[in-house]
Design a protein around this ligand. Structure first.
Ligand SMILES: [Zn+2]
Length: 412
């Protein structure tokens, strides 16, 4: 398993933090979650090195075939033994929460009758991101334990406190997704992260963390993955026909910590925050069910028209003027270089400016119609490319680990 040494990676990636005037925070356009909390990074807080609870010696792609001769074993999770061929609803709570009252959140666990890897699905690490919650629910309730090879663990609402308040953040405005793998003696965020990571994530052989766009932005369903890591590339290839963006994970994200611990992880982005979007939910469910099938954990039951993932480079188009942004394109639109993407009208002077696409490509993310300030990242244009994996690997090998460089092919 190709993994970068923890110390060097942790040291180098702080440069991803936004350095502009704060009108928007999409410095790295493909970070899991752009951060606007009172404390944007866990760098100030010493992170505990991620240590997996069990060995990950078998490559993910071979996990089912190499497991065939052995027997399915009970899955030990949160103090319970989940016998092969059964599904259970457990509850997880991090200790020492804000009010002193434990707040628990459901964990859905299916242990298959047949041996195989353990795939974990997490959602609502940002409490206002609802699509992933429904994706996890649909995937988990569709699985027949008697036919599953391996296990699937779903944690639909990781940030239950943010979820209750309709907020991206924890009650103290910290972004939980900057604190993994956590620290048992750190801030509340670091403690919650530590508990989740050690009680649940350490049992996974692979992880899919579900997110949506943030701050009134919406994303075409897409996978964000560090394509320098061969196990992560294997994971992206399992989803079928989905957009894949190379994205070096930000320090402190669940994706970063899991991959460091030897658990290949990707983020799936689908739709926008604070609403349930059925088309995006269905797309996400289909992608994960295809993954279960390509990993050999379930029998094939659905196919994409074109099962290949599509690799993209990308770039954000930003507003040059402030005002009311109205889009002329929608998510998934194909655009040509020079096409009108949207207009920004100053509500006082009635002056109108237009945003044009600098590239031919596809709209993979966009801001909802809203009032914007100059510099606001409005349209995310994806450019299909066959060489994204090779470029990521070449740059990953050429640079010192974690020293920036490759962001997403056309970094800002
Ligand atoms: Zn998120």
């Amino acid at each position: 398993m190709l993994l970068l040494p923890a110390t060097t990676v942790l040291a180098g990636e702080a440069a991803i933090e936004p350095t502009d005037n704060g009108t928007d925070v999409l410095q790295d356009t493909t970070v899991d979650a752009d951060s606007r909390s009172s404390e944007t990074s866990a760098e100030a807080e010493k992170l505990v090195e991620a240590v997996p609870a069990h060995e990950h010696l078998v490559p993910l792609a071979d996990a089912v075939t190499t497991a065939e001769e052995s027997q399915a074993a009970p899955l030990q999770l949160l103090g319970k033994d989940i016998m092969p061929g059964t599904a259970h609803r457990l509850s997880w709570s991090a200790t020492e929460l804000f009010e002193g009252v434990p707040v628990s959140t459901p964990v859905l666990a299916v242990n298959g009758a047949l041996p195989g890897p353990t795939l974990c699905l997490t959602a609502a690490v940002h409490g206002d991101e609802l699509n992933g919650i429904e994706i996890v629910r649909r995937v988990l309730h569709e699985i027949a334990p008697s036919k599953l090879s391996g296990a699937v663990i779903g944690i639909p609402i990781v940030n239950v406190q943010g979820f209750r308040r309709g907020s991206r953040y924890l009650p103290d405005r910290r972004d939980l997704n900057r604190y993994f793998p956590g620290n048992p003696n750190g801030s509340a965020a670091a403690r919650i992260a530590y508990s989740l990571f050690n009680d649940l994530i350490a049992h996974c052989d692979a992880l899919v963390d579900l997110h949506t766009g943030s701050f009134e932005r919406s994303n075409l369903p897409q996978i964000r993955a560090d394509l320098r890591n061969p196990d992560v590339v294997t994971l992206t290839q399992g989803f079928g026909s989905m957009v894949v963006l190379h994205s070096k994970p930000t320090v402190g994200t669940l994706r970063h910590a899991a991959t460091l611990a030897g658990i290949p992880a990707v983020t799936v982005e689908a739709g926008g925050p604070s609403q349930l979007e059925l088309a995006e939910v269905k797309h996400g469910v289909k992608g994960i069910e295809t993954l279960l099938s390509t990993l050999g954990m379930v029998r094939k039951k659905r196919f994409w028209g074109d099962p290949e993932p599509v690799y993209y480079k990308s770039s954000w188009v930003r507003a040059d003027n402030g005002g009311i942004l109205l889009a002329d394109v929608s998510l998934g639109s194909t655009v040509r270089k020079g096409d009108l993407l949207g207009t920004i009208t100053d509500p006082m002077s009635n002056q109108r400016s237009e945003l044009f696409s600098p590239y031919s490509g596809r709209i993979i993310g966009l801001a909802r119609n809203q009032v914007v300030m100059p510099g606001f990242a409005a349209f995310h244009v994806g450019i299909q490319a066959d060489d994204v994996i090779a470029e990521a690997k070449a740059l990953g090998a050429a640079q010192k680990p974690g020293t920036g460089g490759y962001v997403d092919g056309m970094s800002e």
